[in-house]
Every structure is written in C-alpha cells, then in structure tokens.
Design a protein around this ligand. Structure first.
Ligand SMILES: *Cc1c(COP(=O)(O)O)cnc(C)c1O
Length: 362
C-alpha cells in the first residue's frame, strides 16, 4: 500500500485503482506532451478526441458490444437517468415494468411517476426490508422495457442472473457493479452507471444504449435531456466532463491491460467477496443482512450484536486505517464496499481486524 493511503471501503465516491491515480498524477501537468493539463485542453482538440474515443472503444471491447450499441457520457450522475429514461422512452402511451429492490429503484420509480408516466411495479422486496432479489416475476404483456437495479448499493443485494423477459429490453442501473463481471448484453436495451463507484469521479454517467431504443425515443424534449443529442455528437454537444471521461478511460485501460478483462475481474471479485463472506458466516458475532442467494459481490452489508458495538467497531476501524465501513445513513449497521479497485490484501487485513475486534468484544 502506498504511504498514507488507507484501506478505503467507501460506497461512493469510492476507491480507484492505485495505478490509475498514479498515472493521473504523473501526467497531470503535461498531458501527452501538450504542455497542458488534461483539465486545461480543449474538448475540441485531437488530444481529447483520442481520450473519449479510446474510452468508448475500451467499453465496447470489454463488454463485447456489437455495432448496435452506443456508449455515451452524460452529466448529472445516475440520478439524472431516472428522469431521462421515462422522458425519452415513455412518451405516447408507452408503458414499462419496474422492479423495486431498494432506495435507487424507488427513486427511479418515483421519477417516472412524477412525470406522470404509465408504469407498473411488477415486483418488490420491500416486504423484507429489501434483503433479497425477487424471483419468478411475471412481466406485463405490453411493457416497452423493464427497469431494474443490478446491484443495490445500500442493502447489499445483487442480481446473480437476469430474468428472462421474452425479448423485452432490460434497462439496468448498474452504477455499483458495471464492469465488475461479464454480461450477456443480449438482454439489455440500456445500462447506465454513475461513475463514482466503479469507474471514476462523480458527476459523469456512462450510458450504453441500443440503437433501436434510441431510434424510437421521444424527440420533443429539451436538448440536454434527450439521448439523441449525446449520440449525434459523440457526447460532446456541449463541454463534456473531460476529467471524468479521462479517468474512466484509464480505469477501463487498467481493467483491460492490468486485470486482463472482465472474466478475470469477475473471478477476482468472487474471490474477494468470499474472503469476507466466509469469515462472517463462520462468526457468531457478525451477521450479514442480505438473503443468501442475493448477496452482493460489491457491497457487503453486515451487523454486529449491538449498535454500541457497531459504533465502537467503526471508530476503531477508522483509527486502524479502514475507512468507509459505516452503513448507509438510512439503514445503519456496517458495509464494506469492495468494488474492482479493492485489493485482496485489503480484504485480508480487514478480516484480520474484524477477527481481533471480535476476540476483544465478544
Ligand atoms: C450511487 C448510486 C446512484 C446515484 O448516483 P448519482 O451519480 O449520485 O446520481 C444510483 N443508483 C445506484 C445503484 C447507486 O449506487
């Protein structure tokens, strides 16, 4: 570990791969011999064209996307997508199914309702405090798309497999697990992710959109709120979030060149999560909150015997250099977010700390 850096288990903004941060640092004052920082160059320059095109190409290679898919960068985070999706895809009597698996799904549903769109919530895990992913869902016959949240950052649940929807495209909020595993894109019409969990700095949202959805999208919308604006101008209708896109490009390069692609990343993430889940499962002191078959490989949510012990645990962890272990303010408890950049070394150190804390406080 680099000097003075903690083991960072923040949920988002979250840890980025150290080699990426080091590359940003070393090229920050003079990007590609331009004599300028990447935050100072024109987005209309070939320097920046190369950055954004490289990011798009890498995303396509990693997810094995064919030419039907467009890769876009949009500002406003994932939350802006909650509004853009119904605005663009639910005009003129169209309807969609939504699955509610927690806070972020609920926000997406609320935004569609706020816009007075016709949607059905076809499944929800709210009955058990969003601790599981619903199974055997019956989708509506007339749905134009199905919206779901692939990984529930706050509750620590994740779709292990995606439902069979009879060809109806899934639109998935993948903010906290994009590029963490391989994906069969045949099922998806669109996936999107706020960058700050697994991709880069906050503010930029990566949107991967299939051309046929784009072709059918509503056109009578404000310029900045329609997907066609971004698709027509390679995400540069106005000044794009240059630094965000640059960092995303470096993260994707790291996944391709250092990690060896998504199969390898997936294997690595399964092993990493197992270190923590196996330890918690073998302990009578800690317990996970997510149902067995819905456990997230990205956000491990867990509890201690009492809230007092949880507070003590978090305080002591912070002191020992483990950051971000406090659960989301809406749910309490503890959470270790272990995205792609989390290291095995960090996992082992965390488990050792947890073991020692258990010994002292049992
Ligand atoms: C963090 C998060 C969001 C919100 O992202 P913003 O970029 O802050 O809008 C939405 N969905 C999921 C699943 C998230 O984890």
């Amino acid at each position: 570990m680099s000097e003075n850096r903690i083991y960072n288990f923040n949920a988002g903004p979250a840890a980025l791969p150290l080699p990426v941060l080091e590359e940003i640092q070393s090229s920050f004052l003079n990007f590609q011999n331009s004599g300028m920082s990447v935050t100072e160059i024109s987005h209309r320059s070939t320097y920046f064209d190369d950055v954004i095109n490289d990011a798009v190409d890498r995303a396509k290679r990693l997810l094995k996307l064919d030419d039907r898919f467009r890769v876009l960068f949009i500002q406003g985070g994932a939350s802006m997508q909650f509004a853009m999706i119904p605005m663009n895809f639910l005009a003129n009597g169209k309807t969609a199914d939504f699955v509610n698996t927690g806070t972020w799904s609920t926000k997406a549903i609320n935004e569609a309702r706020l816009l007075d769109k016709k949607i059905n919530v076809v499944a929800s895990s709210e009955d058990k405090d969003f601790s599981y992913i619903p199974k055997d869902i019956t989708f509506s016959k007339d749905a134009d798309f199905i919206h779901l949240t692939s990984n529930n950052t706050i509750k620590g649940t994740q779709w292990a497999d995606f439902p069979d929807t009879n060809g109806v495209p899934i639109i998935a909020d993948m903010s906290s697990d994009i590029f963490s595993r391989t994906l069969d894109m045949e099922k998806f019409g669109m996936i999107y992710a706020g960058a700050q969990k697994n991709l880069g700095p906050s503010g930029t949202c990566m949107v991967i959109l299939r051309q046929d959805l784009l072709d059918k999208a509503e056109d009578a919308l404000p310029t900045m709120l329609k997907y066609s604006t971004y698709a027509d101008k390679n995400s540069m209708y106005n000044t794009p979030p240059c630094f965000g896109i640059y960092t995303i490009d470096l993260v994707l390069k790291w996944i391709e060149e250092e990690m060896g692609g998504l199969e390898k990343v997936e294997e690595f993430n399964i092993q990493k999560a197992a270190v923590l889940y196996d330890f918690i499962d073998s302990s009578s002191f800690y317990r996970t909150t997510a149902e067995k078959y819905s456990k997230s490989l990205m956000n491990v949510t867990f509890r201690l015997p009492t809230e007092e012990l949880e507070q003590k645990f978090i305080a002591m962890a912070t002191e020992k250099g483990f950051g971000g272990l406090k659960g989301h303010r809406s749910v309490g408890g503890c959470r270790a977010s272990i995205y792609n950049a989390a290291t095995k070394e960090g996992m082992k150190a965390l488990v050792n700390f947890m073991d020692a804390f258990e010994g002292e406080n049992k």
